[in-house]
Design a protein around this ligand. Structure first.
Ligand SMILES: Cc1cc2nc3c(=O)[nH]c(=O)nc-3n(C[C@H](O)[C@H](O)[C@H](O)COP(=O)(O)O)c2cc1C
Length: 416
């Protein structure tokens, strides 16, 4: 079957390419075996066609030498490339006869090369070819398919490769991050002292935009080891980050707006948490014996969020884990308690320029703390931490003032 329609106007090929270039595509590698040799073609025209029966399509150029071989292969595999596979894509798009030696692949059960690290493999067979001008529409019948790595896919747009990001994870400008890290560095002497005295990790977390903070500086004492990287996004989504938002009505509201679904009772609970944090002057996360597994899950979800390669489906799942971890946060410590397992203690650094207590965007956090302690020890940690925060506040108002002013000007501190 062929398609032939006369255009109403003559179309300039450059205009055609230019207009089509404004539409992004995904990137797949269509592979097959011919004479026991792997063949592969990078394709941006892949599409899902029909569910009943399951059909997919792609559009090769009629003159493509690669496709001339590929169409003879008995089985094909559509490899949906991941956001971090642009180099795999470049290698396979080249005419290098050795290119399949340079990427990681294996033969699938269906007898076509499947690329490792791809998002999905769709095993299919060529069913029909429709001639469409200088391309074919190649329809393929799907035999089997699976997602092998649930991360964001590679995208192609106006000649360049890129990735997909949801608004919640949008990347921040390096310049903003650098200015934030400089401010956090102002807490360096206090972090070193705290980590050393209490044999724990001490970190300065700084807000980088409306929905996230990051570790800007950290110090490790005793036998604790570095387990978080500087610059990784930590979301300000309940229950995380209550000490960072509690002293600003606007930020508190934005934080509460992140709760999904907006259940009145849950929102009320979090309002009380924020009030408690303001009253006692610190936030504490505690882990009961039965909570260990849930806390590991939370750490894993945070790590995944920080990598910034979440698909929207994974992001929803990760947010569910955040939401379920509310029981560790927002607590307080009774004066007589013993055998306490504290995951973290966080206090705000207040803005040196304000008379009233307003968060500067910076909080100090102790983590990896000794376990099974009594209330007196926790009170001691809180005390030292608050003293350190006061010192850092003074630094922000004096020697680090220039960095702090720049940070406040570049960051989206709206109402901080
Ligand atoms: C991102 C990207 C998308 C592409 N999409 C298609 C496509 O949909 N159809 C096609 O025929 N070629 C496409 N190509 C070009 C082929 O991958 C390949 O370069 C071409 O088939 C080489 O010509 P040959 O087969 O004659 O060696 C694409 C290339 C890139 C880099």
């Amino acid at each position: 079957m062929t398609i032939s329609t006369e255009p109403a106007h003559t179309i300039d090929p450059r205009t055609f390419r230019d207009v089509m270039g404004h539409y992004p595509t995904g990137v797949v590698l269509v592979t097959g075996m011919l004479d026991q040799q792997p063949i592969g073609m990078v394709v941006g025209t892949f599409s899902s066609v029909s569910l009943e029966p399951p059909l997919v399509s792609f559009m090769p150029m009629t003159t493509s030498e690669t496709y001339a071989k590929l169409r003879q292969a008995e089985n094909l595999c559509i490899n949906v490339l991941a956001h971090d596979q642009s180099s795999v894509c470049r290698t396979l798009a080249s005419k290098d006869p050795e290119k399949f030696h340079k990427v990681d692949w294996e033969l699938s059960d269906y007898g076509a090369p499947q690329i490792k690290g791809a998002v999905a493999h769709i095993h299919c067979r060529l069913d029909q070819e429709v001639e469409a001008g200088d391309h074919y529409i190649s329809l393929c019948a799907v035999d089997d398919l699976q997602v092998v790595r649930s991360v964001t896919p590679l995208l192609f747009f106006q000649g360049g490769y890129g990735g997909f990001s949801t608004t919640g994870m949008a990347a921040y400008l390096d310049e903003e991050l650098i200015s934030a890290v400089r401010v956090a560095e102002a807490a360096r002497p206090q972090l070193d002292r705290l980590a050393d005295t209490h044999r724990c990790s001490a970190a300065a977390l700084i807000q980088i935009d409306e929905t996230a903070q990051t570790i800007g500086a950290s110090s490790y004492g005793g036998s604790t080891e570095m387990d978080e990287r500087i610059g990784v996004r930590i979301p300000l989504i309940p229950p995380l980050g209550e000490a960072a938002v509690a002293w600003s009505p606007q930020q508190s509201q934005r934080w509460l707006d992140q709760i999904f679904p907006q259940d009145e009772e849950v929102i009320f609970g979090y309002r009380q948490t924020l009030e408690k944090v303001r009253d006692q002057g610190y936030a504490v996360a505690r882990i009961g014996d039965s909570d260990q597994e849930g806390y590991v899950q939370l750490s894993e979800a945070l790590r995944e969020y920080g990598l910034g390669e979440l698909t929207p489906v994974r992001e929803r799942e990760v947010r569910r884990v955040f939401a379920e971890s509310h029981r560790y946060f927002g607590g307080s410590i009774g004066t007589e308690e013993t055998g306490l397992n504290i995951a973290s203690v966080v206090v705000p650094v207040f803005d040196p320029a304000e008379q009233s207590l307003r968060n500067s965007g910076l909080v100090l956090r102790l983590g990896n703390l000794p376990q099974g302690v009594d209330a007196e020890t926790v009170a001691h940690w809180v005390n030292d931490l608050q003293q350190a925060a006061d010192e850092v506040r003074d630094t922000l108002g004096s020697v680090a003032q220039r960095d702090f002013t720049r940070y406040r000007a570049t960051e989206l501190r709206g109402g901080a």
